[in-house]
Write a protein that binds this ligand. Structure first.
Ligand SMILES: Cc1ncc(COP(=O)(O)O)c(C=O)c1O
Length: 482
């Protein structure tokens, strides 16, 4: 035996015949784990197949099978007559397994009250798994090949049915295109318009900052239009050729677009040939009265309706839809095709099944009740603990706004709360230039259980009280105080 060759005992490798699974698989898994964890560093030697087989009492074929599989996966270098060695590229795996840089900051958050988070813990895993299993078992071979860029037909039918019934959208399956979520839909429509030379896109001020970046990357210049208590100021859209709005529950202010403004917005589109992009991001959750129907239902030829499972199921799914006017269907689908061909066919199969079984509606019904309780708790406790501050935007969605005397105080509260483990957002994080509306803190109640929410509110309210107290004593000291 060559002195350079290690033995199984040096590598702490052995097989257990009482365990289920083949012996070769056991060996393979132990070696893979040793390489990935760094216990077997890059460049290190492994015993020859003969030595290892003798050491652990298996046939040489068992070791050869394990080594061949690991060589195929890129972990081992096998050359005829040479001792097997660990490849240098496997270092990459360890890097991938390392904690991301922001991991520590994220772990310091005890209570996450940011607005974009739904209750991921309630994702109906069993029902989803059933849909995955059953839809895959039923799928034709052709369903597993490249599909239609616009999406799986059966899913487009199910989504159209759902939107007509639940959101008052006017949708034929031909108009529905399946995308990777609302941000993806916005990116695609932005690119379609840019190719047509229409590069001015108006946004409500404030509106979600992520959407501004998405539109800019799609070649759009952002034009800002103020929001008041009736929603977007339609008289101030300016020269823009398209406008992004969230009529059911404006993000972040929470106001609903008034009936008069709805009419004015549609008139703007008809008069100028402009396109309205309706971001219906959280309208399924409305608590105190019937949901407000989608604007798109009033004039489908002037509105692109975009929706997603990001808030209704979980963000990780990355599955959404756009309901398009005739004039943009083809170009939109081409943009999708030329950027990613189409979204995952497997997920589309599963979601179609999930919708067909009524699981999506069942989940929404359950979540609506859960979110209503959380909203009630948040609103009641804020009113108790911070009686002088106005709360708005409470009728729908997954967040409310707590108004603040100034942007500086709101920023200070946000920074101070973060240092105490409570993550919140401010309105000013979502504003565009020339904003002169109210200052406030956005409080999302989607992701915390009732007891956690109760503690979060108490900690948050203490923070607000502290910052307000300091602001009264020494106003100059407040801005940016951690
Ligand atoms: C107002 C608004 N629109 C769109 C999105 C993004 O949705 P999606 O996950 O479907 O891309 C969010 C996410 O938080 C949002 O708050």
């Amino acid at each position: 035996v060559s002195p350079r060759q290690p033995h199984a005992r040096d590598l702490l490798i052995g097989v257990d015949r009482s365990e289920s699974g083949s012996v070769s698989r056991q060996l393979e898994e132990q070696l893979r784990q040793a390489i990935r964890s760094g216990a077997l560093p890059a460049g290190s030697s492994l015993p020859s197949t003969r030595v290892l087989a003798e050491d652990i009492g298996v046939s040489r074929g068992v070791v050869t099978r394990a080594y061949t599989q690991l060589a195929f996966e890129g972990y081992l270098l096998l050359r005829k007559g040479a001792i097997p060695t660990v490849r240098t590229s496997s270092q990459l795996d360890r890097k991938r397994e390392a904690k991301p840089k922001n991991g520590d900051a994220a772990s310091r958050i005890r209570y996450d009250l940011r607005a974009h988070l739904p209750e991921v813990a309630s994702f109906p895993r069993k029902a989803w798994l059933r849909s995955v299993r059953d839809s895959l078992a039923r799928a034709r071979h052709t369903d597993l090949s490249y599909g239609d860029a616009a999406g799986l037909w059966e899913l487009r039918v199910e989504v159209a049915n759902y939107l007509v019934r639940a959101r008052g959208v006017s949708a034929e399956p031909e108009q529905v295109v399946i995308t990777g979520g609302s941000t993806h839909s916005l990116a695609l429509i932005g690119r379609v318009l840019a190719r047509r030379g229409k590069t001015q896109m108006a946004f409500e001020n404030p509106s979600h900052y992520i959407l501004h970046g998405v539109a800019e990357s799609a070649g759009q210049e952002i034009v800002s239009s103020p929001v008041d208590d009736e929603g977007i100021r339609t008289d101030l859209i300016g020269e823009a050729q398209s406008v992004v709005v969230s009529p059911a529950h404006q993000f972040p202010s929470g106001v609903a677009l008034s009936p008069i403004r709805r009419e004015l917005l549609l008139t703007w589109a008809r008069d100028t040939g402009g396109l309205i992009i309706e971001d219906d991001y959280d309208a399924e959750f409305r608590y105190d009265r019937a949901p407000i129907g989608a604007l798109q239902g009033l004039d489908p030829e002037h509105v692109v309706y975009i929706g997603s499972t990001g808030k209704t199921l979980v963000p990780a799914l990355r599955l959404g839809w756009a309901v398009l006017p005739e004039s943009v269907i083809e170009d939109f689908t081409l943009e999708l095709f030329s950027t990613m061909l189409h979204v995952s066919g497997m997920d589309q199969l599963a979601f179609a099944d999930f919708l067909r079984r009524g699981e999506f509606d069942r989940h929404l019904r359950q979540m609506r009740a859960i979110y209503r309780d959380r909203r009630d708790l948040l609103v009641t406790e804020l009113a108790n603990l911070l009686p002088g501050l106005r709360i708005s935007g409470i009728a729908a969605g997954l967040h409310v706004v707590l108004e603040m005397p100034s942007c500086e105080i709101a920023e200070s509260v946000c920074t101070r709360a973060r240092s105490r483990g409570v993550a919140v957002e401010t309105i000013s994080q979502h504003t565009l230039p020339k904003y002169n509306g109210r200052a406030g803190i956005i409080l999302g109640y989607g992701s915390l259980s009732m007891p956690a929410l109760q503690s979060a509110i108490e900690e948050f309210a203490r923070t607000v009280a502290d910052v307000m107290q300091e602001a009264t004593e020494d106003p100059a000291a407040v801005a940016g105080v951690p």
